[in-house]
Design a binder for this molecule. Sequence first.
Ligand SMILES: Nc1ncnc2c1ncn2[C@@H]1O[C@H](COP(=O)(O)OP(=O)(O)OP(=O)(O)O)[C@@H](O)[C@H]1O
Length: 598
Amino acid sequence: MIARLRSRPEWQFFTVLPRASAPLAALWWSLLIVRGVLPALFALAMGNLVGTVQRGDDLAGPLTGVGVTFVLLQVLMPIHQAVSSNLGSLVAAWLNDELAEACVEPPGIGHLEDAALGEDLEVAREFDRGQTGPPMYMNVDFIAGSLVELFGGITCAVVLFGFTWWAPILLLVAWGSTHWLLRESGVWRDRNTDEVRSAQRNAAYSYQLAVDPEPAKELRMFGLADWAVQQFTERRRRLFSLQYEATRLRERPLAGSLLIVAVANGIVFWALAAAALDQRIGLDALITNAQLAIGVAMIAFGGLNWSLDGASAPVAAVLRLRAAMAPAGALSINPSPVAAAPGDIRIRNLSFAYPGAAEKVFDGLDLTIPAGTSLAVVGRNGAGKTTLAKLLCRLYDPGSGSIEIDGKDLRDLSVPAWREQVTAVFQDFIRFELPLRDNVAPAGAPDEDILAALRDAGADELAELDTPLARGYDRGTDLSGGQWQRVALARALCSVRRGARLVLLDEPTAQLDVRGEAKVFDRILAATRGVTTILISHRFSTVRHADRICVLEQGRVIELGSHDELMALGGRYRTMFELQARRFTAETDEEGVSYDVL
Ligand SMILES: Nc1ncnc2c1ncn2[C@@H]1O[C@H](COP(=O)(O)OP(=O)(O)OP(=O)(O)O)[C@@H](O)[C@H]1O
């Protein structure tokens, strides 16, 4: 029972309040309790004032009592609202921090690609944008107001016991039934239903399609602008229709609730009137008890359920993610890792499938890469080239088999120590909204290394080191795709200067013009001499320069050797090479500059 209660999202929401800010949560609860008892106090003070008038006694005390209660009723509300808004903002910040840590902490990246976590991730990312419900600072305020009413109603009922035992019970049951009747009929009860979460995800995705700059070009070129707006409207409508259905489902229970509360109140007020007429109670008690009976109505079903659902869903999602992401992004960590000098890389009988994927990317892959040599990896789209690079970076662990560095299993090496020895340019490399200097050396490096790396990448004339690489900043500039690629290359080459001994280049020159590619590649070869370099490329003009080339197909290496050896073999490499070679024949351009053509 306790365990079930603790697993409820609402419970989790209340446990998060003190974690976001203990003093503010304490103040929030204190104000809530004080505001909750005020309606009953006001009823008592009014009854006391009327009794005093009847008896002709001194009115100073009773008037002060009424005045103070009234002022507190008015003044505490805005104070509580302000506290609620601040607490709500801190809860949102706490959730954002938790989510950021849950995403960043695991050493692997499987947790960010796990489809099972995708929808929780969406709720957790989206909750404060106000698209599917009020943001947290508003929700906490709604919850405060609703709880004050609930507590105020219960306090009135408790004091009403002074009149008779059955009246408060009758009213509590009647008004309480509205919660049961209306809440149980709601399909929106828990925002964590599959239907709601996928509707949220669909709506958020279509919204991004419509408003983000990246899809803007294709939306226009393919005449999809109206379609994007229509998709968003339809998906949002679907989301809202779930709310609307819930409201419609409440129509009948609402009529039933009205009947129950009308009958219960009729009986209580009839009993009060009868007691007053029979002079069993005086005018003062009549006024007090009538106000208390009205006050019990505050416990009626209101916005509490909605706002509590809205605030609890992201809390529950973040807490679930916190627990689920760590194992999903975990790597097998050796508690006493062995040190490994950079050396030969040996991949033995390696199998790997992405989390949740039915098909293996590798199944029995064997490959040896001698230290200090360069290896080009070629193969069709989807052959597993990038996956191989990610496994070498240890972003995942193999399913079976092993990767050995200098004879030691990669799983036995310290992850940070290994990553210090590795550097990479991925196809989807990061573009920091930071100065050029920090783009090349995010962890810091002397300017001479940064400048040399920029030179090697052919990016030395792009901008000053202090120039922010994003518009919207003072003197900020944006770069073209190829210029950004040179910056990403410079980042990897700067790491080599700082000691990295394995360089992974995944389509590093795909966005460079032909002349740029030829020049840059010569410099890369010079800058990475003596360092193990793995080049993934579809451009055979660069591939052919590697010491060895391996052709990946169906999860295995089907050909391995130097360019000349593989050409002589006359297999898959030669076919691919010759197919591309037919399209490149000129050796010099109109300015007489010669390229390294196929
Ligand atoms: N994060 C992922 N989750 C699940 N499957 C993935 C993931 N990334 C890649 N895959 C799948 O793994 C296979 C290998 O992908 P990979 O990106 O390694 O291919 P590639 O050889 O680099 O292709 P390309 O030449 O197109 O870059 C593909 O079938 C792809 O669909």
